[in-house]
Write a protein that binds this ligand. Sequence first.
Ligand code: NAP
Length: 564
Amino acid sequence: MTTKPVPRYDVIIIGAGVAGIYQIKRLTDLGIEATVLDAGGDLGGTWYNNRYPGARFDSESYTYGYSFSKELLNEWHWKEQFSSQSENLRYLNYVAEKFDLRKYMQFNCQVEAAHFDEANDLWQLKIDDGRKLTCRFVIMALGLLSTPTLPRYEGMDAFKGCSFHTFHWPHEPVEMAGKKVAVIGTGATGIQVIAEIADKVGELTVFQRRPNWSAPLNNSPISNKEMADIRSRYDEIFATCARTPGGFEHEPDRRGFYAVSRQERVELWDRLYDEPGFGIWLQNFREIFTDEEPNAELSEYIAERIRQRVNDPMTAEKLIPRDHGFGVQRVPLESYYFEAYNRDNVHLVDISETPIEQVTESGLRTSERDYDFDIIVYATGFDAVTGAFDGIDIRGIGGKRLRDKWNDGPSTFLGMFVHGFPNLLMPAGPQSGSASTNYPRGIEIGVNWCTDFLEYMWEHGYVRADATLEAEERWTTHVTKMYSKMLMRKAKGWFTGYNSNVDGHEHGKTRYFVYNGGTPKYVATINEVAEKGYEGVVLRSDSSVTSEFPVASVDGVDGVRVSK
Ligand code: NAP
């Protein structure tokens, strides 16, 4: 028998966030030799990094938690309907401790490169600490919003005060009392941080380029009694999430927009606006996503609610978006965001009128004047979905770079495979079901599917899996076509790959990042593929590989154990 290297690990998972934690749980339950690598100092992904004031779920907490363990569901008490960052991080740590997962994780490990070794059907990973690790399968659990992006202003390094992107909010407390603070950006992050710090800082100046539609979160505590009720209904709650398009408890209003009177529409909106969570977005008429007229009527309704909440009419008008309708970009939910502008210490600068020209030693210079600040907060968003992939030198068959393949936007099969990059799996990848839905619900679906797929590979002695080009093209065309039905296709948001701070991602070129068919359709499709023996994926066995589940010892070079 020929000698072939056996990889150090059967599976390496990159990313110790919500997806990576569940993925390692599934694999180690199967006794698989696997590890998780994360660039961060500890587990938690989004919830480890985004420590800015006001960071919290806008998914109902009890629909965000993992559903895989009844024991966990019975033990954990969500304290708020929409839980805060620190509590969410505590939860993920609790899960990791409970299932003893931390021992499989390695932190401060930036994966610099992942190259597919075609001769041996394995991946070679290069870590920034100099190590090289090999694995049969690599699972990308990189997060959709994990590559923060900064503006490209002149003089950013010259600022003598404190400045940071919200993703890198310092772990130690930031003293804000009495300070002059600037926030640049009014996406979901900016809206949360502005509302939270408005009454805690000296002066707060918000630099807004485009306003975002947003609606109240209507958060509240969850009592012991309410939590007991939630626990008794978990099966029902997850069943509802599984049948709704967004993976939430919110179900679209099935009455047609045009089938009901204006009065009935307003009654629905009055109710939804004052209810907790995404109801105003996801329990609305389905036409608001696809038809200009219903969308315009709803947008005007929301604009009126904003006018009622902001005392100064000129400020109110500046906070109302004109370039897109309600819900065609990801809707941030807020807690007293609009009321923040009624405070004397909060100022709104419309930088679409007076652009920021440069960062100075003491603050910011717009085309109109100079501003002095102690702290500048960049709430300027992320190189979404593909940014984290682009950050790793990923090379597949023939040394082809994933970054080059995806230059104009991602192409995938089911959001899980990329043709030409065998044995690379993405449980929550671009064009998968999780990107546009309640994230952990989508993650569990993706992780379970990928794990079943790997079990199938191992059971059948396969060592290599590659989606066909035809399958990939079919899926990507399907994802692309679905955008054509949605008003969202015109929006300047991360769902269409817009980011003014990343070359090539400026407005004008749509990137088809998310699957818009909803959870039930996505699940039906991926299950059908599995039932047909993973149709669309070429599976190959290799009789020269002697060990399916390699042991942990490393006696070859660069972490490769050579089978005898
Ligand atoms: P974002 O939605 O992309 O917003 C970035 C903001 O920064 C926009 O207002 C943008 O203005 C502005 N901006 C960017 N570059 C700028 C520049 N050079 N000069 C001036 N302004 C600039 O990013 P995000 O707020 O971080 O949210 C991203 C996503 O994260 C959300 O959509 C959501 O999916 C997720 N998120 C979730 C939660 C939650 O669960 N509660 C909270 C926060 C974030 P333009 O629009 O003009 O480009």
